[in-house]
Write a protein of this length. Structure first.
Length: 584
């Protein structure tokens, strides 16, 4: 850019520079439009734009580039290849950024640190994967059945796309050890310990899957059989969960948006029993861990989509608009398959709750089951009085029916056990032995088949005033059959707050319970915690721990069948340690 200013204009301009009326700082802080207007009063409107362009290209642009480059070099945590992309992009700038653009540009650079930025190579890979997904999707017609080769091909490509993007986000947002704060450490360690405790079995079917069993046995049995195949594939090093996700994301109700419309949880990385992938990295053991993880996550996903397909069809045949968010069909299906909703809450709260408790969403699904009949009362009244149904009536009645089926089947099993062995079942809800089948020598081994509902009923029965031998109070019957009233507050006896706290403490994650044991100098067995007991509590799978205790304490019991039932978490010990009485 070559041009000449008249001498009188040059002299005037230099004079203002010497007097301090014009300063580089003053010009720098102006927008390009403001600078043009200001310079027009000095060099004339004709020359202002040329002088401004020269100033921007020779001084501002170079200084701005240098400042941004220095900033980018000093920011830690950016992958080298992304940093090279940033520097190259800055060096190719051919015009300065205005103040309003600067914030956006720096925000874009900051995104690199926050995990949303990608290199040019990664962006190209994302584009290629996205194109493949679009091409595969275009090959699917509505008449193609679920599980067809075309649908699975599309699902596999979509899973590859999602996995690549999620891995980039995870890598970019991961923190170095020195960058982790105490909350990060706690969340990471708690997730790993929960994964260890939940592994080495096929445990989804006895508790999380039980409500599907009483509702749709065909769906339960199909998922149960395939879960063992999934475990076998993972033990051989084959990715089993990939095909399960491919099937889920390629189904008709996934592509037509109905899964999304009802809020079905099918896009999850993992169910809550396996919140961390750290144990997968352990040689040999890691493969067994991944096998049980695949069986658990795969079972949840299969049951959820199969149940969703069946109930979406049933609901629509009765005229229900499943796309109405108030219908709650997705919430119903998620809860029945073990994933209760905690409602909206800040991410930090959600992380803290999940880190502190073992299986909080399953607990919520259990609570949902118990209160479902009460929610269905208005819908039932409307049916009886022949009033038009309201949004959500179909799901509420379906939920209530499932609850009656679940509780009815549990009651039937307890009744049969009571008939064959009267001492094996305690009917008094205020007793420590209620809601279980007690087997073994002297009936000391508990078999919990209530899916966690029994402990809630016992807690409520003890907190609500009741009578015993004509006297009102808050009565408790201990494991030895002795009665006492916690209103009296006798030394060494439980009181109301102890009951509530002990119930909550029984739901703690392994790390949380270990911290509590250390602080209180007392573990769940009542003894003093040791290094060995803490390590055992954090790492030994519950199925293995239960099996060892069962083998030691049940010489007169058919141990083989007890171990099999325990391994699938279907009655057996159902996640209850005979000594600690802790449930998963």
């Amino acid at each position: 850019m070559i041009f000449c200013l008249p001498k009188n204009i040059v002299d005037s301009f230099l004079g203002k520079l010497k007097s301090g009326e014009i300063t580089p700082e003053k010009l720098t802080n102006m927008t390009s439009e403001e600078r043009n207007q200001y310079l027009s009063g000095i060099v004339g409107a004709t020359n202002a734009s040329k002088v401004n362009a020269l100033f921007e290209s020779k001084l501002l642009l170079k200084n701005q580039q240098l400042g941004i480059i220095n900033w980018a070099k000093q920011v830690s945590g950016i992958k080298p290849e992304i940093k090279r992309d940033l520097l190259s992009r800055v060096q190719k700038m051919d015009k300065i950024l205005q103040p309003k653009d600067m914030d956006s540009f720096l925000g874009d650079l900051a995104n690199q640190r926050l995990g949303f930025g990608v290199t040019m190579e990664e962006a190209g890979r994302i584009a290629d994967l996205a194109k493949t997904v679009a091409d595969k999707k275009a090959m699917i017609s509505e008449t193609m059945e679920n599980g067809s080769p075309e649908r699975i091909d599309y699902g596999v490509s979509l899973n590859a796309f999602k996995t690549f993007v999620e891995d980039l986000k995870l890598e970019a947002s991961s923190k170095k050890l020195t960058e982790m704060n105490p909350a990060d450490w706690y969340e990471t360690l708690s997730g790993a310990s929960k994964g260890f405790k939940a592994s080495m079995d096929n445990s989804f079917f006895g508790r999380q899957g039980y409500k599907t069993l009483v509702e749709r046995p065909d769906i339960w049995w199909d998922a149960f059989g395939k879960s063992w195949v999934d475990m076998g594939k993972e033990l051989k090093g084959i990715d089993a969960i990939n095909l399960i996700k491919a099937d889920a994301w390629s189904r008709k109700n996934a592509l037509n948006g109905k899964y999304k419309a009802i809020g079905l949880d099918i896009g999850l990385e993992s169910e809550e029993a396996f919140p961390s992938s750290l144990p997968e990295k352990i040689p040999v053991v890691g493969r067994a861990y991944k096998a049980s993880e695949a069986a658990y996550n795969g079972a949840a996903l299969r049951m959820r989509i199969d149940l969703a397909d069946a109930w979406i069809r049933d609901a629509e045949e009765t005229g229900v608009d499943i796309r109405n968010k108030d219908e709650h069909i997705g919430t119903l299906i998620n809860s029945i398959t073990g994933r209760g909703s905690l409602g909206p809450m800040p991410a930090s709260w959600s992380k803290g709750i999940n880190a502190s408790f073992f299986s909080i969403r399953f607990w919520k699904s259990t609570l949902d089951t118990m209160i479902a009949p009460f929610k269905a009362i208005p819908a039932t009244v409307r049916t009886i009085t022949d009033k038009p149904p309201e949004p959500g009536d179909w799901a509420k009645k379906k939920w209530a029916i499932n609850t009656f089926k679940t509780i009815g089947s549990i009651a039937a099993v307890l009744t049969i056990a009571k008939i064959f062995d009267p001492e094996s079942v305690e009917l008094e809800p205020r007793s420590s032995r209620s809601g279980k089948i007690w087997v073994g020598n002297n009936h000391q081994i508990p078999v919990d088949i209530t899916l966690g509902m029994g402990s809630l009923v016992t807690l409520a029965s003890r907190l609500v005033p009741s009578t015993h031998k004509g006297k009102w109070g808050h009565w408790i019957k201990d494991s030895k059959g002795r009665w006492y009233n916690w209103d009296k507050g006798k030394y060494g006896k439980l009181v109301g707050k102890d009951l509530v706290y002990n119930y909550i403490a029984g739901k703690f994650a392994p790390l949380t319970s270990s911290v509590y044991a250390i602080l209180s100098a007392r573990d769940f067995t009542g003894g003093k915690p040791t290094v060995g007991s803490i390590i055992k509590n954090l790492t030994v799978p519950m199925s293995l721990e239960n099996a060892i205790d069962l083998a030691q304490d049940s010489a007169d019991v058919d141990v083989f069948w007890q171990l099999i039932l325990n391994a699938i978490n279907f009655i057996g010990l159902a996640g209850v340690n005979p000594r600690t009485k802790r449930r998963r």
